[in-house]
Design a protein around this ligand. Structure first.
Ligand code: ATP
Ligand code: MG
Length: 270
């Protein structure tokens, strides 16, 4: 992460300052603004965190000292194709999940909506699991999450399922935050899935069940990666058991994803 991205004057306490993943140039969309005002408070940019085709994310500090995260969904056109509706839709959809899960411990509180496609939520002090994975590569001393971290993450996933939400994006370690309190937090509900309310929507309800099982599979997989030492032989074996859908997805989607990634990288959008 380059220093120019970090505008805070205080020395960084830990890995949270290392999460900037900004491609050299972007296909569309502006970076998050230097300042914004929400509910009478003025927030000043501390650091850009992520910028891609769909959204920009950054950390801010309010004039009252509170830290928040702004995820600003792009509404600019691409190749003359108007995409404002997509940015607004994605923003409202993700806000809907934060509202629905407002009372769930482990989901940052929503602070508010900014403009037509900005979502502001509470900043969680800590870092994400990708930072842990990158410790060795960056020459930092290795850290370990607490022994009960993955039990708590498993419980958090189950709580979301009880609230009719399949998280779906647990294969990305950067979506799992490790708070300074040692507890897991989940951000990024962009592709999460709500259980269809209509009983006759059998396909949707079946899909919800499959996605919930995938969430738990990914928790076991993350545990294997980060705290294998805590797993019994039985748990380890289970962590390799993929569902039919995931095996199918891997078989057919991976080549497609590789091409997509290559194209986006060439365009500087990743
Ligand atoms: N509330 C928060 N507290 C602390 N860190 C956060 C918070 N929200 C986001 N982050 C950090 O910012 C990163 C990017 O946020 P987010 O995942 O929402 O963006 P994204 O554009 O959807 O990313 P991607 O599509 O790659 O998953 C996260 O991986 C996490 O490290
Ligand atoms: Mg993410």
């Amino acid at each position: 992460m380059s220093d120019t991205n970090d505008r805070s004057s205080a020395a960084p306490p830990k890995g949270q300052y290392d999460v900037a993943r900004i491609p050299p140039r972007s296909l569309r969309g502006r970076l998050c603004p230097d300042t914004f005002t929400l509910d009478g408070a003025v927030y000043t940019l501390e650091k850009h965190l992520k910028h891609d085709f769909f959204a920009s994310t950054a950390r801010y500090r309010g004039d009252h000292g509170r830290r928040v995260c702004l995820k600003h969904f792009h509404t600019e056109s691409c190749l003359l194709i108007p995409l404002g509706w997509a940015g607004r839709y994605m923003c409202n959809r993700e806000i809907g999940f934060y509202r629905h899960l407002a009372d769930v411990e482990g989901v940052p509180a929503l602070v508010g909506k900014l403009g037509e496609s900005g979502m502001v939520h509470e900043w969680i002090e800590g870092c994400d699991l990708l930072d842990y994975a990158q410790d060795a590569r960056m020459g930092r001393p290795e850290r370990r999450v607490a022994d009960d971290f993955f039990d708590r993450l498993d419980q958090l996933a189950l709580t979301l399922h009880q609230r009719d939400v399949a998280y779906v994006d647990l294969n990305k370690p950067d979506n799992v935050l490790v708070g300074d309190d040692g507890r897991p937090y989940l951000v990024d509900f962009q592709i999460s899935y709500r259980r269809p309310r209509r009983r006759w929507n059998l396909l949707g309800r079946w899909l919800f069940g499959v996605l919930c099982r995938e969430d738990l599979y990914h928790v076991r997989k993350l545990k294997r990666k980060f705290r294998r030492d805590l797993m019994t032989d039985h748990e380890l074996r289970r962590s390799y058991q993929r569902s039919f859908l995931l095996s199918f997805h891997r078989q057919f989607a991976h080549p497609f994803q590789r091409v997509r990634r290559w194209v986006l990288t060439k365009l500087g959008a990743r």
